[in-house]
Design a protein around this ligand. Structure first.
Ligand SMILES: *Cc1c(COP(=O)(O)O)cnc(C)c1O
Length: 372
């Protein structure tokens, strides 16, 4: 039985009848950039994420750029980030002319390592940190990382593109973040009908700055307080997202069930290790994450694909292995051994809203078969 890595139609078919009239209204009112639905989606996001202030924007990468700017990151500054993340995290730092400092990840939760971050700061005195909540959970040491940054006066930006719905001790993970970013790329846990993003923050002043930066740095229609960007959301996207957010409990239930089913099914198997959230953290079921004992990550994914099972490798190479990392003058801290090893060995099985029991069974069985 073929199983896709991701099938967005399971969610879209469920909401389409409600989205169509909302889209027709957007067309009739020419609600294309900004508008009441965008305001409504920002309000709803704030309520769901426990964040006092939310500003929407055009995508998660823009959100990172704007977040760094809002935290005062400028050309020539140093910004630490995990060597294991999506390229956009690196890109935002490099686009601002800042120097990325690549830091290794923890071997158990696969998130930015606090001991490595400490020693990197002693060695390189970076000005800011990008903490990425990767794979649908977060660091076991999140509170300590936040406290470390506060103590040393290091700006902290949290990349929340993969953590929508994650909770720490029953509270939304981003509720207390100084500044955090979201992505509504369609494949994320809360996905839009096109690219989209948002930022969460704690103060009204920061909200005003971020709103201005996302809108050309405007102070008035043709007056500018900053050199900003054009990064805004429109009604078509907001209408879709509002409907998706209504389904959030069902989305999380379906994804979490599949993620923990995979973990139970695979945890006793020889030749692999399966990962999940640390104690106290509730995952959102974004990704199934397995590493092989051998370096055959790509070979196994190819075998799974040949068997009709959509599998992926998030991520096959770390930041420091990308050719532009050198051009950007990235600083490599330590041997980055954990992130490099994970990349060689990582495999992800299909996981999406609405995945059926027989589909995940077929995928897990095919993986066990492929590594024998
Ligand atoms: C998806 C993602 C982004 C970028 O979001 P876009 O909306 O695609 O620009 C940034 N960081 C991480 C960790 C992501 O997974």
């Amino acid at each position: 039985m073929p199983v896709p890595f991701i099938d967005l139609t399971r969610l879209v078919s469920r909401i389409r009848e409600d989205v169509l009239p909302a889209w027709a209204e957007c067309l009739d009112r020419c609600e294309f950039v900004g508008g009441p639905r965008v305001t409504a989606v920002e309000k709803k996001l704030g309520a769901v994420l426990g964040a006092p202030h939310v500003v929407s924007c055009a995508n998660g990468t823009d959100a990172l750029l704007v977040a760094l700017q809002a935290m005062g990151v400028r050309r020539g500054m140093k910004v630490a980030l995990p060597n294991l993340t999506f390229w956009a995290t690196f890109e935002a730092v490099a686009q601002l002319g800042a120097t990325p400092v690549l830091v290794d990840v923890d071997p158990d939760d696969l998130q930015l390592s606090l001991p490595e971050l400490r020693s990197a700061h002693d060695a390189h005195r970076f000005d800011a940190v990008m903490l990425v909540h990767l794979y649908g959970w977060t660091s076991a040491r999140l509170a300590e990382i936040r406290a470390f940054c506060k103590e040393r006066n290091i700006a902290l930006v949290e990349d929340g593109a993969q953590c929508f719905g994650v909770e720490v001790n029953g509270k939304p993970v981003l509720a207390e973040a100084d500044i955090a970013t979201l992505s509504f790329y369609p494949a994320k846990v809360v996905g839009g009908a096109m690219d989209g993003g948002a930022l969460t923050m704690q103060s009204k002043e920061r909200e005003a700055f971020v709103r201005s930066i996302c809108n050309h740095g405007r102070s008035d229609h043709y007056s500018y307080a900053h050199v900003g960007w054009n990064s805004r959301m429109g009604g078509i996207q907001a209408a879709f997202l509002l409907r998706v957010l209504d389904e959030l409990p069902a989305i999380l239930e379906s994804r979490r069930a599949a993620a923990s089913w995979y973990r139970e099914r695979l945890s006793g198997e020889k030749g692999l290790r399966v990962y999940g959230p640390p104690t106290g953290v509730t995952e959102n079921g974004y990704l199934n994450v397995v590493t092989l004992d051998s370096k055959r990550g790509q070979e196994v994914v190819d075998a799974l694909k040949a068997a009709g099972i959509g599998a992926a490798r998030t991520y096959p190479e770390p930041m420091d292995a990308q050719p532009p990392a050198r051009e950007a003058g990235a600083i490599v801290h330590g041997d980055l051994a954990v992130s490099r090893r994970i990349c060689e060995r990582v495999v992800n099985l299909p996981l999406f809203y609405g995945i059926r029991d027989d589909e995940r069974e077929a995928a897990a069985n095919a993986l066990v078969q492929a590594i024998r």
